[in-house]
Design a protein around this ligand. Structure first.
Ligand code: PHE
Length: 340
């Protein structure tokens, strides 16, 4: 009777192993058949009741069934493990022969590029690069530059006033004042930076743009010195000889004051749409430092004088790279920035 039971256990166990869908089902068969309380263990317990003559044969049969079930279990388990591994390999497959995506390098903003070029040039001529705050006092932005309250020149620069009575600097010229206060004469300084005007924005006007201020104070500084440095500056920027002219220009902090023009870089002076047929491009305001400004800076105009200029870095970048819309410069648009 027991042998028949054993055969029955074996065939149903093998069938269950064959039908198992996964490792859990197989584990269940193992527990039910081979476990401590499983079917084979139950048979073992009954062995004592079997007549000794039959016991050896039955023991043999029991072992054979046990080995057969264990063998199939192990084989199926291996099968499931291989299948799981294959599934994982399929899911994680990588084509290692594909070319790697290139690393895209960033680039310096066009204004930063021009600014560092000009800084290097002036540093090589003994100038110090100064920094000033974007939030300025009314005194340094206006009064100390010979623009007293109610002076009409204040209207030239629409100002963002702050609640605390200070303002967003409308030009980099207040750094002239800081330079005189800090360095004293003789001095050579430039000051690049951001400036702000309360303007409506369009293709050629921004509320935020960049200037680069320059100032030199020494003994017997003349317009000839100013011209020399400006010509050196322009050759440095445009990498070629440029023709310049000075026109009178009014700024309260310089006397005499000039607008410096360069012969049009496109047509060379003959006239074209870029220079509006005039042959000239207006490039930078400049002049000899007004005695009042020196005085505000604690410098005696009887002993010292100097020149100053204010280069529009934003405008210069637009000219150099033929950028038609000023708004692009602060747009953060990568399609634009990646061209530099
Ligand atoms: N600060 C003037 C402006 O922004 C420019 C300037 C600077 C003019 C230095 C003369 C000398 O309009």
């Amino acid at each position: 009777m027991l042998p028949a039971k054993l055969e029955e256990i074996e065939s149903s166990a093998l069938a269950a192993i064959e039908a198992a869908a996964g490792e859990e089902a197989i584990e269940q068969v193992r527990v039910e058949v081979l476990g401590r309380k499983g079917a084979l263990a139950a048979i073992s317990k009954e062995m004592g009741k079997v007549p000794p003559a039959e016991r050896a044969a039955l023991g043999k049969l029991l072992n054979r069934v046990k080995e057969a079930v264990e063998g199939r279990l192990a084989a199926r388990q291996e099968e499931f493990a291989a299948r799981a591994l294959q599934a994982r390999l399929d899911a994680e497959w990588l084509d290692l022969t594909l070319p790697a995506p290139g690393v895209r390098m960033g680039s310096l903003h066009p204004i930063t590029q021009i600014q560092t070029e000009i800084e290097d040039l002036f540093i090589s001529m003994g100038f110090t690069v100064l920094d000033g705050p974007e939030c300025e006092t009314e005194y340094r932005n206006f009064d100390a530059l010979n623009i007293p309250p109610h002076h009409p020149a204040r209207d030239m620069q629409d100002t963002f006033w702050l609640a605390n009575g200070h303002l967003l600097r409308t030009h980099t010229s207040p750094v002239q004042v800081r330079g005189m206060e800090k360095l004293g004469p003789p001095l050579r300084m430039i000051a690049p930076g951001r400036v702000f005007r309360n303007e409506s924005v369009d293709a050629s006007h921004e509320h935020t743009f960049y200037q680069l201020e320059g100032m030199m104070v020494d003994r017997d500084v003349s317009v000839a010195h100013l011209l020399y440095f400006m010509k050196t500056l322009l050759t440095g920027i445009f990498h070629r000889e440029v023709t310049v002219r000075l026109r009178p220009g009014y700024f309260p902090f310089v006397e005499p004051g000039f607008e410096l023009d360069i012969a049009c870089l496109i047509c060379g002076g003959g006239g074209c749409p870029v220079c509006k047929q005039s042959g000239w491009l207006e490039l930078l305001p400049c002049g000899l430092v007004h005695p009042n400004v020196l005085r505000f800076g604690g410098i005696d105009p009887e002993d010292w004088n100097g020149f100053a200029f204010g280069l529009g870095l934003t405008r210069l970048a637009m000219m150099k790279y033929a950028i038609a819309d000023i708004r692009l410069l602060q747009s953060g648009d990568l399609r634009f920035l990646r061209q530099f």
